[in-house]
Design a protein around this ligand. Structure first.
Ligand code: NAD
Length: 489
């Protein structure tokens, strides 16, 4: 591990001020193993101050006119775009992702998230009902939406800014104030976002940031805090379970986007080239570190070999390397610790009888990159649904290819999981595409595509994959408390 002399410091943000912690922890760039920042950890006192700042700002922000809040959110989007390259560099430093991915996905979506929720809140209506009783009385019911309150926002490291803004934008749109806890692996863009939120004119204390870890650190201090009104969380299913226990005594609402073990079902009548392009993107994008990534591919037996060979070729075309180099398609895993976990699954797959079609190990990288958390894109055959590597989320660039004979069998195999986030169906028979997509026990099913959707549509999972839906009005429902007012006329 190397250390630079001019390390940036990443601070907590409370009521618009940078707050130093009593201790700091190093942030390592996973592309080359260099320490790139020192992060100020929030203890219970700093978390207390952040929650108090959010509580203090709630009265004025929560009662401000909706149109005013929507305009401020649009200005936040403008400021993200104006400082886009700073966000891009911070995100690359934290994650080692290829520059084109950070620019086109993470940072572009952050600005879009603020604009999209500004539009949604500005056009949202209220429920109203007229009651007419048999005795002639009439009453007008109408529901007014109030903010949920002080919301704890806890996010993971795989799409740090994208997932953070996906929660912060609707929370602020609805008049909530927030205390956010980014992942300890990717702290930088949350603090940078505080700057642009202030530049846009959002009052101090509406957006606060605490840095640190989960248990015994900022994450636990926040979720067990008596003065938060709800938790919105994206991360592992087991962490979701711990957070549920933490908020249970105070009966606080939760919105959870959790893990996945997503299936693709490939029929013999698929457009092979398009399917190979789509599948390889769905398995390997962001080094397999997207909750929606495909880790199980069920293939109709008659095209199994052809599809497997094509996918192996696609995997070999991926270019691992310097995140800033134009041709790089694939970055490292997020950390050495995560690579150890992924490697343990590579070993387990072989123990469970996998035939390794491609990859299966750690690649030889040149120069400084040799110190990074790199892993080879990997495909397996010879496994079935009883294997742990086919049942547990690996969260790396890996997939098991498994043959099937009938549509019914494919549906059963795809649904044979405790997770239920996403699925993809590849076929040129659209009737079958609709039918199979509907049969998937998931929150999101694609036909002949992957990771494409309108931001107003519901996003979320069933089973171990989450509680609730986000996106458009679905997000507004979680972040609002309606009060029904009934007036006899
Ligand atoms: P993680 O659960 O380890 O950590 C997520 C966040 O929770 C981090 O900020 C972490 O510090 C915090 N945390 C951990 N323990 C905590 C505790 N006890 N109390 C409070 N906070 C705690 O997840 P990760 O490794 O950062 O992210 C990868 C996981 O996220 C994968 O399972 C992936 O599928 C999932 N994910 C899901 C979605 C989705 O939309 N469904 C999107 C992205 C990632």
């Amino acid at each position: 591990m190397t250390t630079s002399n001019l390390l940036p410091e990443v601070f907590n943000v409370v009521a618009g001020r940078h707050v130093a912690g009593r201790s700091t922890f190093p942030k390592v760039n996973p592309a080359d193993g260099a320490v790139v920042a020192q992060v100020h950890e929030a203890d219970a006192e700093i978390v207390d101050a952040a929650v108090a700042a959010a509580r203090h700002s709630l009265k004025t922000w929560g009662s401000s006119p909706v149109g005013e809040r929507a305009n401020l959110l649009r200005r936040v989007a403008d400021r993200i775009e104006a400082r886009a390259e700073e966000f891009v560099e911070a995100e690359i430093r934290d994650t080692g992702k290829p520059v084109h991915l950070v620019r086109e996905l993470d940072v572009a979506r952050a600005a879009t998230n603020f604009r999209s929720f500004a539009d949604t809140i500005a056009s949202a209506g209220l429920d109203s009902f007229m009651t007419e009783l048999a005795d002639g009385r009439q009453a007008l019911n109408y529901a007014v939406n109030k903010p949920l309150g002080v919301v704890a926002v806890i996010v993971p490291w795989n799409l740090p800014l994208l997932l953070l803004t996906w929660k912060v934008a609707p929370a602020l749109a609805c008049g909530n104030t927030v205390v956010v806890k980014p992942s300890e692996e990717t702290p930088s863009t949350a603090t940078l976002l505080a700057e642009v939120i202030a530049e846009a004119g959002v009052p101090d204390g509406v957006y606060n940031v605490v840095h640190g870890f989960g248990p015994g650190s900022a994450g636990e201090h926040l979720t067990t805090h008596k003065d938060i009104d709800g938790v919105t969380f994206t991360g592992e299913s087991s962490t979701g379970s711990a957070i549920m226990r933490a908020v249970a005594p105070a009966v606080r609402p939760v919105s959870f986007e959790l893990g996945g073990k997503n299936a693709a079902v490939v029929f013999a009548d698929c457009d092979l080239e398009k399917t190979l392009d789509g599948l390889s993107r769905s398995i390997f994008l962001n080094t397999g570190q997207v909750c929606l990534c495909t880790e199980r591919v069920y293939v109709e037996r008659s095209i199994f070999d052809e599809l497997a060979n094509g996918l192996v070729e696609r995997a070999k075309e991926l270019k691992l390397g310097d995140p800033h180099a134009a041709g790089t398609t694939t970055g490292p895993l997020i950390s050495d610790k995560h690579r150890e976990k992924v490697q343990s699954y590579l070993d387990l797959a072989v123990e469970e009888g996998a035939e390794v079609l491609v990859g299966g190990g750690v690649p030889q990288m040149e120069g400084e990159l040799a110190h990074g958390a790199w892993i080879e894109p990997t495909l397996w055959a010879g496994l079935d649904n009883s294997c742990r590597v086919v049942r547990e989320e690996v969260f790396g660039p890996v997939a098991a290819l498994i043959p099937f004979d009938t549509e019914e069998e494919a549906i059963d195999l795809a649904n044979d999981t405790e997770y239920g986030l996403a699925a993809a169906v590849w076929t040129t028979n659209l009737e079958r595409g609709h039918r199979v997509a509907r049969s998937m026990r998931v929150g999101m099913a694609w036909v002949n595509t992957w990771y494409l959707r309108d931001l107003r549509s519901p996003f979320g999972g069933v089973g171990l994959s989450g509680i609730g839906r986000e996106g458009g009005l679905h997000s507004l429902h979680f972040y609002s408390e309606p009060t029904n007012i009934c007036v006899q006329l």
